[in-house]
Design a protein around this ligand. Structure first.
Ligand SMILES: Cc1cc2nc3c(=O)[nH]c(=O)nc-3n(C[C@H](O)[C@H](O)[C@H](O)COP(=O)(O)OP(=O)(O)OC[C@H]3O[C@@H](n4cnc5c(N)ncnc54)[C@H](O)[C@@H]3O)c2cc1C
Length: 382
């Protein structure tokens, strides 16, 4: 069976690796990262970065389950590709002790057996003096099998491992998919590609190929603050951190990470509002815009409040997009006999992308969909 995976991002490249390992004939199709975003007219992706928080605990059992399954395979993917993408810096989950979110994290931590330390805000401030914690917070610390991954390098690693397992890679955009009794035809700029089954994993640009799915794509801005070598050394023991504040905002912070320009940056994200992108054209324009400076400035201010004494340069901002379904779960389903889809990382799909891709690969090979992730289940959640 010939399976074409459209979208060489985190989920698509993972699916291609699993399909190739299962012995399928696989063609993985998707472009490289554009060299110049501001003049690029094609599609973009949500993995053009060096830091994504990775953690085994989550307030939702599904996300915890797929994260744990993926993290357990990081070493295997690194070995299969000879590329390192995971840094075990540890991860913190912090929020008001009485919040539902903290209660759900705690219940998941107890039920799963994931090694963790539960602290008061005061204890966390002693353990991590570079960070500020409110005394009335509860903080969970995962010291092992958590930290951050480079999403860029993970895509490279999955692509390389898929190729080594026999997948063919075409570095191009698909402009349309036609299906018929004998198979599917993918339209590319300079040719067509035939397949028995197509798996669409095109992230925030999925509405450009499959317009009628219940997906919402949000514009996101992150702020990157450069630190010098001395400050990076002071922050060497800093873990990644997610927070859920009383006002519903969820700022997250990553420790200093080296970027392709050779400099080290701390990253903070967590937009104060939800800017919806209506279609793929909107999403293209958003990536070309470079992000919202006022959001970047507010995030940088928040970072300084959370890290008293921080010595860092003025923020550099970057745009990204997150894709959601009404149920805040990914859509991994068969749309018709020829087309499957795997989309919607819901802002947390990087760390667990290997398991999302594995499940999508099983589906493309003829397996039954997970009833929680079907189009009908997620549409009903609306
Ligand atoms: C600011 C920000 C911070 C985040 N932080 C975290 C985090 O800390 N931890 C975490 O786990 N997750 C995080 N995420 C979420 C995570 O990055 C996404 O869930 C993940 O990238 C989704 O993977 P994907 O494969 O669906 O999409 P992508 O990684 O975007 O891949 C989609 C691919 O499809 C390709 N494509 C699109 N259209 C076409 C087409 N027509 N033809 C061919 N190819 C096409 C694109 O080029 C791209 O490579 C964050 C996201 C953002 C935006």
């Amino acid at each position: 069976m010939r399976i074409a995976v459209v979208g060489r991002g985190l989920i698509g490249s993972a699916a291609a690796r699993h399909l190739a390992l299962a012995g399928a004939e696989v063609i993985l199709i998707g472009p490289d990262e554009p060299e110049d975003r501001s003049s690029h007219t094609g599609v973009f992706a949500s993995h053009y970065d060096e830091g994504r928080i990775t953690r085994q605990l989550d307030s939702h059992p599904f996300w915890a389950e797929v994260s744990r399954a993926s993290i357990a395979r990081y070493a295997e993917i690194e070995a299969a590709s000879d590329l390192r993408f995971f840094t075990a810096a540890g991860a913190l989950h912090a929020g008001p002790a009485t919040s539902d979110w903290i209660a759900r994290i705690g219940a998941g931590a107890d039920a799963s057996g994931v090694p963790h330390r539960r602290m008061t805000g005061t204890e966390a401030a002693e353990a991590f003096p570079m960070l500020w914690f409110s005394p009335d917070w509860t903080v969970f610390h995962e010291a092992a099998s958590a930290g951050y991954i480079s999403p860029r390098r993970l895509v490279l690693a999955q692509t390389r491992a898929a190729e080594r397992a026999g997948a063919q890679v075409i570095r191009a955009e698909v402009t349309g998919i036609d299906t018929g009794d004998s198979g599917a035809t993918l339209r590319l700029a300079d040719r067509t590609v035939q397949a028995d089954t197509v798996l669409v994993a095109t992230g925030g640009f999925t509405p450009g190929l499959l317009p009628d799915l219940p997906l919402t794509v949000y514009a996101r801005t992150v702020a990157l603050l450069e630190v010098d070598a001395m400050e990076a050394t002071r922050l060497a023991a800093m873990p990644s951190m997610v927070t859920m504040l009383e006002n519903g905002r969820d700022p997250y912070i990553l420790p200093p990470i080296r970027y392709p320009d050779g400099r080290r940056y701390l990253k903070i994200g967590g937009d104060p509002d939800d800017l919806v992108l209506r279609d793929a054209q909107d999403a293209r324009a958003w990536f070309r815009s470079g992000g919202r400076p006022e959001v970047g400035a507010a995030l940088a201010e928040h970072l300084h409040r959370r890290m008293p004494g921080l010595r860092a340069a003025a923020p550099v901002i970057a745009p990204c997009v997150t894709t959601f379904t009404p149920g805040d779960l990914p859509l991994i389903d068969r749309l018709d006999p020829r087309r499957c889809v795997a989309v919607a990382g819901c802002g947390k799909g990087a760390k667990c992308s290997d398991e999302l891709g594995r499940r999508a690969a099983e589906l493309a090979l003829g397996g039954a969909p997970d009833p929680r992730l079907t189009l009908s289940a997620l549409t009903e959640a609306a």
